[in-house]
Ligand binder design. Sequence first.
Ligand code: SAM
Length: 392
Amino acid sequence: MTERSPSPPANRIIPVADWRQSGARVAETLPLIPAQGQLRDRLHRPLRDLRISVTDRCNFRCSYCMPKEVFDKNYPYLPHASLLSFEEITRVAAQFLAHGVRKIRLTGGEPLLRKNLEHLIEMLAALRTPDGLPPDLTLTTNGSLLARKAPALRQAGLQRVTVSLDGLDDAVFRRMNDVDFPVADVLAGIEAARDAGLGAHGGLKVNMVVKRGTNEHEILPMARYFRGRGVTLRFIEYMDVGATNGWCMDEVLPSAQVIDLLKTEFPLVPLEAAAPGETAQRWGYANPAGEWDPALGEVGVISSVTQAFCHDCNRARLSTEGQVYLCLFASQGHDLRGLLRSGASDAELASAIGHIWQGRSDRYSELRASLPAEATAPANVSRRVEMSYIGG
Ligand code: SAM
């Protein structure tokens, strides 16, 4: 396998356009939609999953997400007053739950950089679905602060955690995070999460973004390391999200090839999806009889580029400053902060969410394959929102 430059060449890094003023106002004159847990969008997809970005800042500079040529000291991060407060986030989340959301994932930026995040977790964990159930509460982190914070997060009510880790080789990992962060500290964070009880019922996951030419030689070492350790490892195809990372198809390693590679060393059997709308295709490590051995665990692939899963996407994203995005590849959100801060009632908030979801028809990843190359070229997508802003 060839070693290519770990970062896109500087001339492929695209300066970010400021898309953040463009949140559509939610019309105030529309009929009220009560929250009855029955929402469907225009493609009949229900609303089940809410991802909440709690900060647009991160302490890593992964070139595929926040390349340091763009996200440098002059980058205009959101001022504190723009961020939704914990009370505002909780109010919005309560209305999403009333509309049918079951799962809440905190993300960012790096969510563990948000001060007192455990207070927000406590507030969200106290919410209930219309059936009286607590939300399935999880968090995605780069793991850098996890060793220190895992016990407090668990105690606050966090149930599960997903850690992003792009390789086991220290030099490769340091290059990919581009801030020289050692892999040992992330591995210690994963152990701390397990010790704190965040790994119960398969709750501990590790996500590895695979970039062809950069870290595909880490696929097998990662699988060897996490197999049988109670950690579900998932390989994510490098996506054309945002407009700054200089994405090109050559650097995408199709998930099918990842599975073929894994099968050269481990017998695998396909597993059913754990929940409707699940992003990962699951594979179980098999025993010599060819049956899934739960003690060995499972791996997964998230094939966002080569096998789009828009048809059952049930996710909404709430940005750090309170805009609802209906697709990772959207260029415009729907502003809820304006409503929150102008005294809207819970019923009005719920209704706004209802109208936003009912109007949704996004399915970018499915359309991508049929789009002409120039439609996805960096020059034409400079208004597409960054992942660090709406959350991964
Ligand atoms: N800082 C947290 C973390 O590292 O997990 C949460 C935010 S991060 C944006 C969420 C996930 O998105 C990470 O697993 C990251 O690797 C993934 N991600 C970011 N840019 C990506 C891209 N272009 N393609 C695929 N995955 C990407």
